[in-house]
Ligand binder design. Structure first.
Ligand code: SAM
Length: 617
């Protein structure tokens, strides 16, 4: 029986496979022959030592960090979740680098939109230092001992930030769908560095916009220049799909006000537009005299023609799409219906009226928690809803990922928008369980949080989702569509549940004790089930049913697609009953069989019932 591989997606191996497909000739004995690769690429190889590149101290390590495999896992936390059994949303507590690394099997090429609002590197906002050798160990220490900040005085201010952001963006790209987008909030401190890093990771050709978001409402009198804006850098995963996937925005209130319905047209409100065109190379068919219903004649105005050919024009008259004024005596104009309008193409200037501002974000949170400031400048949901409207489709079950979750404003915006347009968007929020205690001294919001009984930012993040869901239900007086999902399944980053999959024991012979009890202390069968899902690349929200088959506990994943039995003393009777369920895949404990005869015969029995993929852990 085959062993289930303990490690998650291997980026380097994946790169090698891709290269093999493109250039099989450059491989000799499974190794890349760089000279042959150079030949295959002809003239397009940079040979100069001095070349255009963006680099910093630690870049090589940052690249390697992105490629490193992880032995971490995500453990279900039902007690912190909301509507565990039905929700398709995820809230994950942990360091985002490890978490997105783990998500690569299940969510590679699956995410439609990534929005992130990373620490801007303004002094002490960036607290977590990755450890290249063993980031899981580092994470445990930080969680147990508290956080470390990156004060400007350590002299490696930009370098540390770049080392932090680079591997995360590199992995984030793997998670995006081909028609997906990433939006990143940032300010002046790192915008130039971030742009260069993104050009490298996503490709300059995929750069779509650097949005200027007006985050303030009035200037600050104490500064030389008062900063009014943040930036939002936008990249597509693949520019070829971008044009068809960027939606126009609905007209704002002011624009909508210019629509009316003076003739009670059953198609609803409309606005009229000019119907004359430039003479230029206009064909003869656009030079004619129009006769209005009142009998008044309209030749084209001096130096102009009509924008439409005569036949098209009279077809539109028949369809009541031409307006001659209330009395029928004015120069004809075309009626444009609000219901048929495409909306406005997003542009790169987002003012605070249409996109919200910092104070609005603070107010929203204050209103939800019915208390003072709990978080420093959360993003207003108006801003996030705009990003969602531009990039996502309400009719698809699209995933939206925010791996610097903060107060969960992104989840709030997704639930609001789904409730407005009946959408099925799902969220994945990742947030470090950053201790408020650590922040208490220098962060007013943290002390308010502590006073309210929250110990970590993730606790605030989860509570916000609960409160935001309740608010929507209250406002709609319970009248919300049945497909709306206000729940979330919580998972927590931890090291692997199995002794054998641990970093230290990875290359060692199996320890005798491990044979007796493969699970680490305090870990449950359910923990292992989710770890197996992650290894197989299965969505964490698939239905899982705990069943008893021939007196043994069996987890049936995805309506019986995968069976997992982590029981011992399995006999042929048990195996046969499980085989009858005809799963596509089945997983056992390596030591779960009563004896070697059962083990050998189990495979044959399962194969007879069509189970092809049989694994042990
Ligand atoms: C600028 S805030 C995001 C605010 C959020 N957009 C909102 O509107 O509330 C950045 C967040 O990222 C979190 N964070 C920083 N480093 C992290 C890491 N390594 N993994 C996960 N979260 C992290 C911080 O705790 C902080 O809450």
């Amino acid at each position: 029986m085959q062993k289930l591989e303990g490690r998650i997606f291997n980026v380097v191996q994946d790169n090698i496979e891709k290269l093999k497909k493109l250039f099989p000739e450059v491989f000799t004995e499974n190794k890349v022959d760089l000279d042959k690769l150079r030949l295959a690429l002809g003239e397009n190889v940079e040979k100069e030592k001095e070349r255009y590149e963006f680099t910093w101290n630690g870049k090589t390590e940052a690249i390697q960090l992105a490629q490193k495999q992880t032995t971490g896992t995500l453990r279900p936390a039902r007690d912190k979740s909301s509507s565990w059994d039905i929700s398709k949303n995820l809230y994950i507590e942990g360091d985002n680098l490890e978490v997105i690394r783990i998500l690569q099997n299940s969510y590679r090429n699956k995410i439609k939109l990534i929005y992130i609002d990373p620490p801007y590197n303004t002094g002490n906002d960036f607290i977590y230092n990755d450890d290249f050798r063993d980031n899981m160990k580092n994470y445990r220490e930080i969680i147990e001992e508290g956080s470390k900040s990156n004060p400007e005085t350590n002299g490696r201010f930009h370098t540390d930030w770049l080392n932090m952001i680079y591997p995360r963006l590199k992995i984030a790209r793997n998670l995006l769908k081909d028609d997906g987008f990433i939006f990143i909030s940032i300010d002046d401190t790192e915008v130039t560095n971030l742009k260069k890093v993104c050009d490298e990771i996503f490709g300059e050709e995929n750069f779509l916009a650097n949005i200027i978001w007006q985050k303030k409402t009035s200037p600050d009198a104490r500064t030389t220049f008062s900063t009014a804006h943040d930036y939002i850098l936008v990249y597509s995963k693949n520019i070829e799909y971008a044009k068809d996937n960027i939606n126009a925005l609905p007209f704002d209130e002011e624009r909508q006000k210019s629509y009316s319905n003076p003739d009670n047209d059953p198609r609803g409100e409309w606005a009229s537009v000019d119907l004359t065109g430039q003479v230029g190379r206009a064909p003869k068919s656009q030079f004619y005299t129009i006769k209005s219903p009142s009998g008044k004649l309209f030749p084209p105005p001096e130096g102009r023609c009509w924008a439409l050919a005569e036949k098209t024009f009279y077809d539109l008259v028949k369809d009541n799409r031409i307006w001659f004024g209330k009395e029928g005596t004015s120069r004809p104009r075309l009626k444009k219906f609000l219901s048929e309008a495409e909306g406005t193409r997003p542009w790169t200037w987002w003012d605070n009226k249409s996109s919200g501002h910092n104070q609005e974000g603070n107010k929203e949170l204050k209103k939800l928690f019915n208390d003072d400031l709990l978080f420093d400048n959360p993003k207003p949901t108006k801003l996030l809803k705009k990003i969602l409207q531009i990039t996502t489709n309400p009719n698809e079950e699209e995933y939206i990922l925010d791996f610097f979750g903060g107060s969960s404003s992104t989840a709030d915006a997704i639930m609001q928008l789904n409730s407005e347009d009946g959408g099925n968007r799902r969220f994945i929020i990742i947030q470090l369980p950053e201790s408020l205690m650590e922040k208490g001294n220098d962060f007013k919001a943290a002390s308010v949080g502590l006073k309210r009984g929250y110990k970590t930012i993730s606790e605030i993040g989860m509570e916000r989702i609960r409160l935001a869901g309740k608010k929507i239900i209250n406002e709609k007086e319970g009248n919300v569509a049945t497909n709306l999902d206000f729940g979330f399944k919580v998972f927590r980053l931890d090291d692997t549940n199995l002794k054998l999959w641990d970093e230290e024991s990875y290359n060692l012979e199996k320890n005798l004790l491990d044979l007796v009890e493969p699970l680490k202390e305090g870990r449950s069968q359910e923990d292992v089930v989710y770890e197996i899902l992650l290894k197989y690349g299965i969505d964490l929200t698939v239905p899982i049913e705990e069943k008893i088959i021939a007196e043994k506990t069996v987890f049936s994943v995805g309506m019986g697609y995968l069976l997992i039995c982590l029981e011992r003393d399995l006999t042929l009777k048990h195996i046969k009953e499980m085989a009858k369920q005809q799963p596509a895949r089945i997983v056992f404990y390596d030591e779960g069989f009563k004896d070697d005869t059962v083990r050998t015969n189990a495979q044959q029995i399962l194969k007879r019932y069509g189970v092809e993929d049989i694994r042990v852990i």
